[in-house]
Ligand binder design. Sequence first.
Ligand code: SF4
Length: 376
Amino acid sequence: MAGIYIHIPFCKRACHYCNFHFSTTRTHENEIREALLKEVSLQSAYLGKEPVRTIYFGGGTPSLMPDLFLKEMLSAIRANFQVDPDPEITLEANPDDIQPGTVESWVALGINRLSIGVQSFFDADLEWMNRAHNAGMAEDAIRMAQQAGIRNISIDLIYGGPTLPDENWIANLEKAAQLEVPHLSCYALTVEPSTALDLMILKGKKEAVDPDRQARHFELLQSKAPEFGFEHYEISNLAKPGFRSKHNTAYWQGVPYLGIGPSAHSFNGKSRQWNVANNALYLTSIQSGTVPFEEEILTKANRLNEYIMTSLRTMEGLSLERYAAIAGTTAVQELLKATAPHIANGNAILTQTHIRITEKGRFLADGIASDLFVEE
Ligand code: SF4
């Protein structure tokens, strides 16, 4: 099985914290759309005969795309790959793009899951982040999606920012539960180098992010999740039963995927490759019939370290059997030795079959994983 990701590299305006690849200059949008469609056929051999179970329009802002393009993209994917009869098809949408009738037309195209960029139900946060919507638009967007018949809705929420006191973070989670949203992706506000937010903090124009507040918000997320019926199935992702993201779960399980578009990443089990993160260079290259990518052949250590990192972020944890299948049984002993201090301090547990991060250790999961990494 496999997945396909399509990166739409345009946004209406730049959120201050964002370091994804996007452009707010939309002059060459038509040509880029043509190029995205062309890349699908240029990459038609990448997944071999693997059936495609998930398709994900991400970005950038896919909800800016006209229906005709989404339709053509889905047809091109079906013409070039073996797509399952009932794939999960997700579209990332910003609340300001959802109007009466919008979601109905997406449903007619076969889109069956929306990931809505809500971020917060408080205007002060949204203004601080420079989002293009307000809190009322976020609520309306969720309701319109539900009325159009989409049950499988995820919303993004950002925690830990200076404009979000603890009680407002709890209120955001309560609002999501009250609106009956079955999936949440919750991210700590990260100040990425050279983003507008980073520069504003450096110049003293915005308050810096407080790591203690972030840790507190993560603890609140963990404690509130069961109260609202969510399973905290991955560090940043929570779902009601039956609503886990199939696309992202496949990433974490090492399933192959193809990324289409500037900056998109692909993985085929043996190597990773990533397209150039520049719209103009992407366009010129695709127009001349070449996909502009760099590639890294994965060593055994690369594969092990990726497995350690992704599996420890999930509720199920790291399977000792799977680890042994990649690394051999001697390596499992080394892994257990490296895990021992984290078990001793209560941040990890060892069962007969898995290593798991405990609730106490979850906020530190990435650091714990890097302690377990193997050398070449
Ligand atoms: S809409 Fe999404 S991709 Fe675009 S700038 Fe904002 S966070 Fe980044």
